[in-house]
Each structure stands twice: as structure tokens, then as C-alpha cells.
Design a binder for this molecule. Structure first.
Ligand SMILES: *[C@@H]1O[C@H](CO)[C@@H](O)[C@H](O)[C@H]1NC(C)=O
Ligand SMILES: *[C@@H]1O[C@H](CO)[C@@H](O)[C@H](O)[C@H]1NC(C)=O
Ligand SMILES: *[C@@H]1O[C@H](CO)[C@@H](O)[C@H](O)[C@H]1NC(C)=O
Ligand SMILES: *[C@@H]1O[C@H](CO)[C@@H](O)[C@H](O)[C@H]1NC(C)=O
Length: 493
């Protein structure tokens, strides 16, 4: 039923649309009108809510959609996925490339939100999706859905996209990209394969899918599993002698050691790396506020060294804490992926305080159209509530198929990440056997080298970001926005 006012405004909008902007028919009920902690003017429209992908189960995926602050009618639409499995894409929204920088409140009060000058919404519209159901603010009324895996997650996310573009048809013609990080190294290519197949099968609506991006992405048990030892050697974390010994004992293959002396040497490597921050070897990794202050107090390091690896975000709010995620050299293998709790820790070195406070505030939940805590429980940055199976195998055949179909791809790596080290991503991209079309060279932001890149035939590019850790835009926001916009534009990076 249309009320008078909305009819009048619809007519006005229609009139306007013919000469100014295209008519945005996005669901009005999803529009966000205010956000606790933010007192400024929204630089573009934000929408958020649920898309039901299975009525009978009550399976609902939550999205937060930031319209481009540039030219929304033309700019690409990018789906962003954090990994885990089990981690919420609010990690990206709050800590990496979202429209706001969150300023920590004093003694546990609510954070203040400031506009992020390096938001990816400067050059694209971004959909932050919590996936699969059970993660972040997404949920199902039938808990059997929390037993899931790569293939079901990709199929569900594809359903989400089809339904989402039905609700936001004005964005259907924009170039569409899929991007993500870490375990999304599996989500992105598996979803891209579904999307590509949907397009081939003529599934409506037809998505204008152009390509994808993966950052420090889990890809292949063997390549990722063999990446750590050469990384540790190159980064001066293990000695030349130990490297020679472990190389000889393991014959250069570390991912599945059977030889006892190889296992022995690898244990020594692990021991030497044990207390590093796995997400950025330059950064300290802290237990708790007490230890944090004790360390900085006692540190004999010059202050410039103490600051190595710190983020250059204007408001760095994420302190780092002690602990680890994937045990070292435990690449993602076929079958059930252990939960964070089973790995014996919370998400390591990662403080999620600001996001946890904000997303578990009922006024915030209401304003971002999320279910209240009593309905779906507390928001956690990474959940142990889902039972997740890695059932899609290596991603290399996916990348082969997608690139041969003409989709563009960017495989980027923060070069100081030890969780999914760049050495593995560099090796598997090279292993595709495509001709090098842009030989290894530095890439720049302004007059500074921001990292290195090698481009291949079939539009697959490998790129490092110098000095960045696992979550690249968190450490290097300006560099990240630079390569992101160049890639989306189809420009050389
Ligand atoms: C949940 O889904 C499973 C699988 O479809 C079904 O067997 C079961 O009956 C459902 N449970 C409820 C409570 O609807
Ligand atoms: C393990 O590998 C080393 C080096 O190749 C070799 O000398 C040794 O005999 C092997 N040990 C076993 C138990 O196979
Ligand atoms: C790649 O494409 C081939 C041929 O279309 C298909 O048989 C195969 O299943 C695809 N593999 C993946 C992983 O998508
Ligand atoms: C690479 O991408 C460009 C721009 O989208 C396109 O014109 C070109 O055909 C692609 N090359 C290959 C080998 O797919």
C-alpha cells in the first residue's frame, strides 16, 4: 500500500532521476538514518538488514551496504568477506576499510565514529556480509545449518547475491567484484565459481561479475604449508644453519613431515617463532593490558623500533594480545576445520573490544537493523558455534578455471604476515604456469615503494604490501586504497 507522501516523493524522485541521478529503489526500510557514536553527516547512503535465503529453516544472512561516495551509478560493487571460518565481516568494516574509524571510548564507554579517509567506499560500493549463517549477525532458526562447509557456504552466498541484487536492481549493471581475506581465500574462489556458473546457466538476475581479490588467502594445503620455513628464513627469524638443516632433513617439503629428523628440526623452527605475533611479525603480541604496560615500560628498544609494524591508521584502536590462531605449520587441511576454542585460544593477538562493545549495544543493533541479543546472542568477532568442513579442496583449480574464463584477479599479501605468508601465495600464483606479462617490480604510492608485484597472462596479478600484516588495510590503509582502486579501474598497479 502506498501512502500519499511516499507517492508524491516517488514522483519527485522519478522526475529528478531523469535529469540527475538514477532512481535508487533500494529498500527504504534498510536505510540507516543514524548510528550511535556518529554525529556527522553520512557521506553516502548506508543500508543494512537481512536477506532470507531459506524460508523453511529461517536462515538469514546479514549485510551492511555502504554506497559509494564517488559515483555510485558507475562505481563497482564489491562483496567483502572476512575469513575464519567463523569470523564476521565487521572485522573489515570496523578495523580495515569501512567508512568509519572507531575511536575507543574512555574506560569502556561507547566508541566514537569518525569518517575514514581511506574507506573503500571512496571508490566503490561495498557489501559487508556475515557468512555463513551462525557467524556475526547472521543466523538460522534451524541449528542444523550451523554444520556447514565450503560448498554450502558458496551456494548460500550465491543465493544471497541473487536475492540482494533483486532488492537493489539499480546496482545490477555496475561491475561486480568479490573480495576477501584469510580463509576467504576459500570463500572467494568457490563463490566466484558459483557466480560464473550461474551466469553461464542464465540464472536471473544476471550478475555483472568482473573479477575478484584475495588477501593473504588460504589456498592450498601444500603451497601454504611449505611457505613458513622459507619466510622465517628470509625474515631473519631462523638462522642460516637451521634453515639448511631443516631444508635437508625435510627435502624442502614441510607441510606433511613424516621423517623424524625433519619433524625434529621443524619443532625447533616452531619454538623459535612461538612468541611472535603471527599476524604481523613486527608487531608486539600482548597478553593483557598489564603485560602491555610492563613490556613498554621495561623495553630497552629505542622507541622507533618499538613502533615498527604499528598501523598508520589515524585511530589505531586494536591492541594486540598474546596467543595464536592456527598453530604454526597447521595449514587448512581437507575435512573439519578446528574451532578457535579447540586451538586453545581466543583469536590470537587480536583485541576486538571496540567492535564487541559497539555491536552488542542494543541501540546500535536497532539502528543497523540487526536482531537483538536475546534473539541471536552476542556478536563475536570469530565464533566457535559453527561446525565447518573444508570440503572444496585446493583453490588452484578454481583460480585456473576463473582466470581462463576471463575474470580478473588480484592476489595480494601483507608481506609481514606469518599466518598465510606471501611466500605461499607467490609460489602458487607462479605455479599456474601463465606467462609473466609484468615482471617483478616495485609499485608505488606517491614517490615511495609500497610493495612489489608480478603480473601474469589471463589477468592474474600477485602483489605484496610492504610492511603490512595479515589484514592489509588495517596496517596500510592508504596503500590499500591505492591498489584497490587501481585494480578496480583495470589500471596497472
Ligand atoms: C532442521 O533442518 C533439518 C534438515 O533440513 C530437518 O531435518 C529438521 O527437521 C529441521 N528442524 C526443525 C526444528 O525444523
Ligand atoms: C630423514 O631424512 C634425512 C635427510 O634426507 C636422512 O638422512 C634420514 O635418513 C631420514 N630419516 C629417516 C628416518 O628416514
Ligand atoms: C573447472 O572447469 C572444468 C571444465 O569446465 C570442470 O569440469 C571442473 O569441475 C572445474 N573445476 C572447478 C574446481 O571449478
Ligand atoms: C585482461 O583484462 C582486460 C581488461 O578487462 C581485457 O581487455 C583483456 O582481454 C584481459 N586479458 C585476458 C588475457 O583475459
Amino acid at each position: 500500500m502506498f501512502g500519499f507522501v511516499s507517492l508524491v516523493s516517488a514522483v519527485i524522485l522519478l522526475l529528478l532521476s531523469s535529469c540527475v541521478d538514477p532512481l535508487f529503489s533500494a529498500p527504504e526500510s534498510a536505510l540507516i538514518s543514524e548510528l550511535p557514536g556518529f554525529n556527522g553527516i553520512f557521506p553516502s547512503n548506508h543500508y543494512a538488514g537481512y536477506v532470507t535465503i531459506d524460508e523453511s529453516h529461517g536462515r538469514n544472512l546479514y549485510y551492511y551496504f555502504v554506497v559509494s561516495e564517488g559515483k555510485p551509478a558507475e562505481d563497482p560493487v564489491v562483496l567483502w568477506l572476512n575469513g575464519g571460518p567463523g569470523c564476521s565481516s565487521f572485522d573489515g568494516f570496523v578495523y580495515e576499510h569501512g567508512p568509519f574509524n572507531f575511536e575507543k571510548g574512555v574506560s569502556g564507554s561507547m566508541p566514537k565514529l569518525h569518517l575514514n579517509p581511506y574507506s573503500w567506499s571512496k571508490v566503490s560500493s561495498v557489501i559487508y556480509l556475515d557468512s555463513p549463517a551462525g557467524v556475526g549477525l547472521s543466523y538460522s532458526l534451524n541449528k542444523s545449518d550451523y554444520h556447514t562447509g565450503d560448498l554450502k557456504t558458496a551456494a548460500d552466498t550465491h543465493l544471497f547475491l541473487l536475492e540482494w541484487f533483486k532488492q537493489y536492481p539499480e546496482f545490477l549493471g555496475n561491475p561486480f567484484f568479490i573480495a576477501g581475506e584469510s580463509y576467504a581465500g576459500v570463500y572467494v574462489p568457490t563463490l566466484a565459481a558459483e557466480v560464473a556458473k550461474g551466469i553461464e546457466d542464465g540464472l536471473k538476475p544476471i550478475l555483472n561479475f568482473k573479477g575478484y581479490m584475495v588477501g593473504n588467502g588460504v589456498t592450498d594445503t601444500e603451497y601454504d604449508g611449505n611457505a613458513l620455513v622459507p619466510f622465517a628464513h628470509g625474515m631473519a627469524l631462523i638462522s642460516d644453519e637451521l634453515f639448511q638443516e631443516v631444508y635437508t632433513a625435510c627435502k624442502g617439503s614441510y607441510w606433511n613431515p613424516t621423517n623424524l629428523s625433519c619433524q625434529d628440526k621443524l619443532a625447533r623452527v616452531d619454538w623459535e617463532l612461538d612468541n611472535l605475533n603471527i599476524y604481523d611479525i613486527l608487531e608486539p603480541c600482548y597478553h593483557s593490558p598489564e603485560i602491555r604496560s610492563a613490556i613498554s615500560y621495561q623495553s630497552r628498544l629505542p622507541s622507533t623500533f618499538r613502533r615498527l609494524g604499528e598501523t598508520d591508521r589515524p585511530l589505531p584502536v586494536r591492541a594486540r594480545m598474546f596467543g595464536r590462531s592456527w598453530p604454526l605449520r597447521a595449514p587448512v587441511r581437507d575435512g573439519r576445520v578446528p574451532t578457535w576454542i579447540e586451538l586453545g585460544s581466543r583469536v590470537p593477538c587480536t583485541d576486538d573490544e571496540v567492535a564487541t562493545l559497539w555491536l552488542n549495544n542494543e541501540a546500535v543493533r536497532k539502528s543497523i537493523h540487526a536482531q537483538p541479543i536475546e534473539q541471536i546472542g552476542k556478536w563475536e568477532i570469530c565464533t566457535g558455534n559453527i561446525e565447518f568442513y573444508h570440503d572444496a579442496g585446493s583453490m588452484i583449480p578454481y583460480h585456473k578455471n576463473l582466470t581462463l574464463k576471463g575474470y580478473r584477479s588480484l592476489i595480494f599479501s601483507g608481506d609481514h604476515d606469518m599466518c598465510v605468508p606471501y611466500t605461499g601465495s607467490e609460489a602458487w600464483t607462479r605455479s599456474l604456469g601463465y606467462q609473466v606479462t609484468d615482471e617483478w617490480r616495485p609499485w608505488y604510492l606517491g614517490d615511495q615503494i609500497a610493495g612489489y608485484t608480478q603480473g601474469y597472462d589471463h589477468n592474474i596479478t600477485f602483489l605484496t604490501i610492504k610492511g603490512a600484516g595479515h589484514t592489509v588495510p588495517e596496517y596500510k590503509p592508504a596503500e590499500a586504497l591505492a591498489f584497490y582502486s587501481r585494480f578496480l579501474n583495470g589500471a596497472s598497479i
